[in-house]
Design a protein. Structure first.
Length: 179
C-alpha cells in the first residue's frame, strides 16, 4: 500500500509540475486586457448650428489624457474624426446614430480600430453618445469596446448668434476589455 501511495504522489507531482510549466509558457499578451481612458472632446460644426435644421459637417478631436491599462506603456491617446455629416442637425436636435469605425492612436506607438454602433440620448441637460462594439484591428484586437461622449446641452441663445454655434466641448471615456 505504501508503494502505491508513493506512485500516486509522484504522478500528482509530475502532473502539477507539467501544469506549472504550461502556464508559465502562456504569453502575457494572452491574459485578459483592460484599458480605461478619460479625456476631453472638441467638436466643430460647419455651418454652425442654429435653431433651423440643416445638413452640418462635423469634425472632432478627442484627447485621452489619462489611461489605466494592463499595458503599462499605454498612458494616453488621441483620435480625430474626419468630417462627417449630420442631416437635419439643429441646436435642439443633434440626433446622430448608426455605426462606424474610429481609430485611437496610443502614446506607445500602437493604435486600435474599433467598429461601433452608436446610440444618442439626451437626459437632464446632458447629451450622451455611446458607441459599443469590438476592436477590429491593432492593439487589443478582439476586445470589447465602449466609447462614451458627454456634452452639456447647448444653450439655445448661442444658436441665435451670427454663424450659429460652431464648437462644442465635452468629456470622453473609453473602456476596452477582454481578449
Amino acid at each position: 500500500m505504501r508503494k502505491y501511495r508513493s506512485h500516486v504522489f509522484a504522478a500528482c507531482f509530475l502532473l502539477a509540475s507539467a501544469l506549472v510549466a504550461v502556464l508559465a509558457a502562456v504569453p502575457a499578451s494572452a491574459a485578459a486586457s483592460s484599458t480605461i481612458c478619460t479625456g476631453s472632446s472638441h467638436a466643430t460644426y460647419n455651418p454652425g448650428l442654429t435653431l433651423t435644421p440643416q445638413t452640418v459637417s462635423v469634425t472632432e478631436t478627442d484627447v485621452y489624457s489619462s489611461c489605466t491599462s494592463t499595458d503599462p506603456t499605454l498612458t494616453s491617446g488621441s483620435l480625430s474624426l474626419a468630417a462627417f455629416t449630420i442631416p437635419d442637425a439643429a441646436c435642439n436636435d443633434l440626433s446622430a446614430g448608426g455605426s462606424g469605425a474610429l481609430t485611437v492612436n496610443w502614446n506607445n506607438g500602437q493604435s486600435s480600430t474599433a467598429t461601433l454602433t452608436y446610440e444618442l440620448t439626451v437626459t437632464g441637460g446632458i447629451l450622451q453618445t455611446v458607441g459599443t462594439g469590438t476592436i477590429t484591428a491593432g492593439q487589443f484586437t478582439g476586445a470589447t469596446a465602449v466609447f462614451t461622449w458627454v456634452y452639456p446641452i447647448v444653450n439655445p441663445l448661442l444658436c441665435l448668434t451670427p454663424g450659429g454655434l460652431t464648437t462644442h466641448d465635452g468629456i470622453i471615456t473609453a473602456v476596452i476589455t477582454g481578449v
